[in-house]
Design a protein around this ligand. Sequence first.
Ligand SMILES: Nc1nc2c(ncn2[C@@H]2O[C@H](COP(=O)(O)OP(=O)(O)O)[C@@H](O)[C@H]2O)c(=O)[nH]1
Ligand SMILES: [Mg+2]
Length: 209
Amino acid sequence: MKYTYLKCIKDGIRITDNYRAGQGIQIMKQKLVLKLVLLGDPGVGKTSLISQFVHAKFRNSYQLTVGLDISSKLIKLNDGRTVTLSINDIGGQARFAAIRHMFFKGAHLAMFVFDVTRAETLRNIVDPWHKELMEFCSQPDSTRSAIQTILVGNKTDLEDYRMVEDDEGEALAKKIGAQGYISASAKENLQVDEAFKRLAQSFFDQVRT
Ligand SMILES: Nc1nc2c(ncn2[C@@H]2O[C@H](COP(=O)(O)OP(=O)(O)O)[C@@H](O)[C@H]2O)c(=O)[nH]1
Ligand SMILES: [Mg+2]
């Protein structure tokens, strides 16, 4: 039987076929699980993006995310490969270092989310959100400095209130070394699947090189 092993190396993660058992983490090809974390200010739509992607549902009323909420979804990538995303949503408790540590630990993928109708939520991507992730990744026990990231500008359905244009999102994505920028609407289900899939795909593009 053919296995794929995830081998953590000091500054990244490599996938190699037919690795001898015992080296790295053994994962059967069809059961590869990638941990994804969503980061961004309260109210930007992190929980809504997850809800739309995982359950095809949207709620207009605001539900405060308490603690850590984990959902998972099996997705199929363009090359036919399937991968399970373990999607981690953190609530207002992000300010507690112990919770943040648990949240970031072992993450392969991060989605930075801001609200295109509130420019300050874009500025906060750099500091605190990106800064905190980088600080965590530079810790000795992390092995995840090669975490793949994507930037998402949410609420594009609110056209009349839009404060952030796509070129600003793209510029910020470059600045923080993200794989790309996607503007989306969790409410109208625009570009939501694309955002999650592109991020998952970027993990494989990275490990292949
Ligand atoms: N118009 C619009 N509202 C949205 C969208 N996504 C989320 N919201 C609303 O924004 C509020 C905050 O969303 P939520 O997902 O709880 O944000 P979180 O705090 O980042 O998890 C809720 O009232 C949602 O209904 C969107 O794409 N368009
Ligand atoms: Mg939430």
